[in-house]
Write a protein that binds this ligand. Structure first.
Ligand SMILES: C[S@@+](CC[C@H](N)C(=O)[O-])C[C@H]1O[C@@H](n2cnc3c(N)ncnc32)[C@H](O)[C@@H]1O
Length: 327
């Protein structure tokens, strides 16, 4: 696992946030499922545990929190940020005024993390309802509900941004197992899914992209195959899966600072993968950075997994919120 540079994560924010607007219909769908579940509960304040995987310095949580609070005003959110990079989590923890739990751990630890937090949060709910009306379930019963999920509850949302493509099969298995075990919902945004599209085109564009895509698959990472593999695993447990595209749209000179960093790092990765590309790659980069009218579209995919087991209206039947503009 390579940690991401905090300044790179911050430089990405306006471009990621613009691309994440494409995910709002998926977020509406997730919120709808979570609201329906909340409506079935006794009491109006059933908490929702939200685990942001590969949380980095907190930019993903900031986006999800803002949009979930709007859509789920009745559900108190219990945020847990998980990342193998402890220093990134320290930055994240300092950025939020709301209580945020951070866990420095690999994603393969997710099932245990989710079990522990759900048990803790649901135990608190039980204590509160016992104080209020004296009807709390015994601790063992609550633990069983947290471990197995119940047909009427969805207490777990797993989020992630710019993450899937750096994960391995074992990581994806941990995610799907956790969603299955706790009847949860997962939403994963901005996974690198395919190509870049540069205008004007150059003959070297394709070979550099191929080398980058191969580099993404180093050390057993799934790279561009991560989203399809996750979708297949999720369908195999009977979950409902939806996905949509969320490209970055970059253009010079408006996005020059970002383009310089982005293109330089892509060429570095391509050259690391194929050292024979060094001379051509450097020449290509110099030319590209000098192009005043350069346009770059970078493909991403967003994936929603609903493992609650409930029948939901299809996407086409849901009204799409239009209160937030596309970039
Ligand atoms: C590209 S960054 C994205 C950070 C954040 N989600 C955002 O959108 O700004 C990917 C993050 O995933 C973390 N990461 C990658 N693989 C991981 C793994 N197997 N277990 C835990 N964290 C991982 C990295 O440390 C890094 O912080």
């Amino acid at each position: 696992m390579n940690a991401a540079e905090p300044d790179w994560l911050d430089l990405r924010v306006p471009f990621d946030d613009a691309a994440r607007q494409y995910a709002l219909p998926l977020l509406d769908m997730a919120a709808r499922a979570l609201s329906l579940d909340a409506e079935r509960q006794v009491g109006t304040e059933r908490p929702l545990v939200v685990i942001d995987l590969g949380a980095g310095t907190g930019n993903s949580m900031r986006f999800f929190d803002r949009h979930l609070v709007q859509r789920l005003p009745e559900r108190p959110l219990h945020w847990v940020l998980v990342d193998a990079d402890e220093s990134a989590l320290e930055i994240a923890a300092g950025r939020f005024t709301t209580a945020v739990r951070t866990v420095a751990a690999p994603i393969t630890s997710l099932p245990g993390i989710a079990a522990e937090v759900l048990d803790e949060v649901l135990t608190e709910v039980g204590k509160a309802s016992m104080t209020e009306v004296g009807t709390a379930k015994p601790r063992d019963e609550r633990r069983t509900a947290a471990a197995a999920g119940t047909p009427d509850s969805c207490d777990l949302l797993i989020t992630g941004s710019a993450l899937l493509d750096v994960l391995t099969r074992d990581d994806l298995t941990a995610i799907v197992d956790t969603l299955h075990r706790f009847s949860g919902i997962g939403i994963f945004l901005l996974s690198i899914s395919g190509q870049w599209h540069l205008t004007p085109t150059r003959p070297e564009d394709g070979v550099l992209d191929e080398a980058f895509v191969a580099h993404q698959r180093r050390d057993s990472r799934l790279g561009t195959q991560a989203a399809p593999v996750l979708e297949t695993k999720a369908r195999s447990i009977g979950a409902r899966v939806e996905s949509s595209a969320s490209p970055w749209h970059l253009e010079a000179p408006r996005d020059s600072e970002f383009l310089t960093r982005f293109l330089t790092e892509r060429v570095d990765a391509a050259v690391e993968e194929g050292p024979r590309l060094r001379t051509a790659g450097r020449a290509w980069l110099t030319d590209r950075l000098a192009q005043a009218e350069l346009r770059v579209v970078v493909d991403h995919i967003d994936v929603l997994i609903d493992a609650t087991g409930h029948q939901r209206p299809r996407r086409s039947q849901l009204s799409t919120r239009s209160d937030e503009p596309k970039r």
